[in-house]
Design a protein around this ligand. Sequence first.
Ligand code: GLA
Length: 367
Amino acid sequence: MSDGVWAAPGRVNLIGEHTDYNDGFVMPFALPHTTVATVTRRDDGWLRLHSADAEGGPVELRVGDLRPGGPGGWTDYPAGVVWALREAGHAVDGADIHYESTVPTGAGLSSSAALEVVTALALSDLYELGLDRGSIARLCRRAENVYVGAPTGIMDQTASACCTEGHALYLDTRDLTRRQIPFDPAAHGLRLLVMDTRVTHAHSEGEYGKRRTGCEAGAAALGVNALRDIAYDALDTALARLDDGELRRLVRHVVTENHRVERAIMHLEADEAELIGPVLSEGHVSLRDDFRVSCPELDLVVDSALAAGALGARMTGGGFGGSAVVLTRTSSADRVSKAVLEAFAAQSRIAPRIFTATAAAGARRLS
Ligand code: GLA
């Protein structure tokens, strides 16, 4: 078969934020929203990309001319994947690809990872490369880091490639081992709401890079490879060794956040899903005050949701806009949503987009 249809989902991160570039732990799950690619293999050296959501006609690129630092825009993601495949020695010589997506863009729900992963999976199948899911995630991260030039970790690509329905994915970003953790809020009378603030603050990319560099400086000052190496029990001793208040805050966030992932897993595995609520909320305070990647809109979602009786709430993803996750009892979900919308209206802010998240399947071939 020289053509087919593939899908890859966006993701939301339940807990474990800004830990993936510190060799730490994350726990995302896949959303039902997907990017679907209809792909025909071609072997004439041309890559033809078309998106139902982009203005204008198809973009045509010669695969042999692909180099990091592309023109910018959405085509950099699939082009970067083709570049990374070829660079890894896979003789991918072109394709016609048409994309349609239901993953909200600019919402911190990994629409770019969905685009990368669906491209890599389709090309792996069509060119019979036999890439496993972990390799696809690594290759897509390389496309994003080197070709697109965004210094992200590996969480988003792994979530899109490796999640399974009804589970959150526990990923150790150091050795890349994965464990599927059953996650079905509805079965516990709970709901996980995603609230997309519909704002993205302009400086988000630069600030992400600064946090990453700061974490590396913290690890260097403490004489470890990565902040993952600071055990939760050793945090106070580590903090006492740092003079710089900024570094202390970054280190404290990463070390406590890794611990929160472990606490969340413990609760989920003990079938006490509602107990992750306070863990999520603590995570938000840490991201807001120590890591300083929140923003007024995310804080307003969290504060108004908690005031209305949510069990827990936190920003999710890189921060500076995008989405928050809110855990509620099913019986209070409508009340909490209404309270958040009212709080935004009272401040004359754009209304967040709210939906109930369920843990959906990772990337797959549809036909
Ligand atoms: C973005 C990055 C991820 C991760 C998160 C923060 O989504 O793409 O790699 O670092 O931010 O947890």
